[in-house]
Design a binder for this molecule. Structure first.
Ligand SMILES: [Zn+2]
Length: 338
């Protein structure tokens, strides 16, 4: 791979300024309330930026079209441990629950953030009555989250980067509005500590060299993954599915992609019950929700000897920039290789 810039990594911190209501669309019978996410998933942040690109009339919005090649890869806004600021990574417990482990003190937490049930009413101003009442889980304490976007530089990279920077400046000044009732003032997050880092071919090759020394790799999902094969959502990522994703990362980020072959075999895995996940485009087209492989799942693969250098370059790209499976530009399938 050439030493040219591959991508720009935009990082920062999102801080809640008031309640943030990110509905999952499911009803919790015990709490008698709609469930809410414990932190903003990549698709929520992508949606909010899409709205801003559209409002500003920026052509980057075309990269949001269903069949367009993505340019911006929005990652889940993983929370920081309130005690020491360590980032919380999802893990699967022995009882098969998704918990969160602080990468600083190694403590395992059951919940990624503090949520409580918010009760809201809807007023009928004509009749002068309370027409409806709803209960919804929301993030109600000040929480800090990791903000991360990967900007691909392959096609019209500079123009897209300029558009993103313009909108990021706006967000730094005005905050980001996320989730339900954000039109009414809820769901305000402040963007702080924004920084830009160039990811070069040399950075990718350095990581590729480290990965080459391993004959088995353990892949941890930092976000849910949606992996399809012949139109069906999979619940286990087999070696061939993993290899497909590795090649896909290289295709998406490399100008000079050439096909390669490598022997990748799934030897063990640890996961939990898959669950349905709705997306706006599916809702609009009347499609069924996708089935997601839970975050925190791990898959261990054996790499057969003789895998070409291109394989490891692609593997490093998958980890740093891309992700496993589908909808990676919405934060799905983010991984680390352990
Ligand atoms: Zn900690």
């Amino acid at each position: 791979m050439s030493s040219d810039a591959v991508a720009v990594e935009v990082t920062g911190e999102l801080v809640t300024r008031n309640e943030v209501i990110l509905s999952t669309g499911e009803f919790d019978r015990r709490a008698h309330a709609m469930r809410g996410y414990g932190y903003p998933p990549g698709q929520a942040i992508r949606g909010a930026f899409g709205y801003l690109f559209l409002a500003a009339g920026l052509p980057i919005i075309k990269t949001y079209e269903v069949n367009a090649e993505p340019v911006l890869y929005f990652k889940d806004a993983l929370p920081y441990h309130h005690v020491d600021g360590g980032i919380l990574y999802p893990v699967i417990t022995q009882e098969k629950y998704v918990n969160y482990q602080c990468q600083k003190c190694r403590d395992i937490l059951r919940y990624p953030s503090f949520k409580s049930v918010i009760t809201k009413t809807r007023l009928d101003r004509y009749k002068g009555t309370v027409s409806m009442m709803w209960r919804q889980e929301g993030i109600t304490k000040i929480t800090r989250f990791r903000f991360r976007i990967i900007v691909k530089l392959k096609h019209e990279g500079e123009e897209n980067l300029a558009a993103l920077i313009a909108v990021l400046r706006f967000v730094e000044e005005n905050g980001l509005a996320l989730g339900k009732r954000s039109m009414k003032g809820s769901g305000r997050l402040q963007l702080e500590k924004l920084s830009y880092k160039l990811i070069t071919g040399a950075d990718i090759e350095k990581r590729a060299a480290e990965l080459r020394d391993k004959d088995t790799i353990r892949v941890r999902l930092l976000s849910e993954a949606i992996v399809r094969e012949k139109g069906t959502n999979l619940t286990v990522i087999r070696g061939n599915n993993f290899l497909w994703s590795v090649k896909n990362a290289a295709k998406n980020f490399n100008y000079d992609y050439k096909n390669f072959s490598a022997g990748v075999k799934l030897i063990s895995y640890e996961t939990s019950k898959p669950y349905p996940l709705g997306f706006l485009d599916l809702k609009l087209s009347g499609g069924r929700p996708e089935i997601a492989i839970p975050k925190g799942s791990t898959f261990t693969y054996r790499i057969e000897p003789g895998a070409p250098a291109e394989f490891y370059t692609a593997l490093a790209l998958l980890e740093r920039c891309h992700g496993i499976g589908n909808r990676v530009s919405s934060g799905k399938g983010e991984i680390i290789i352990e």
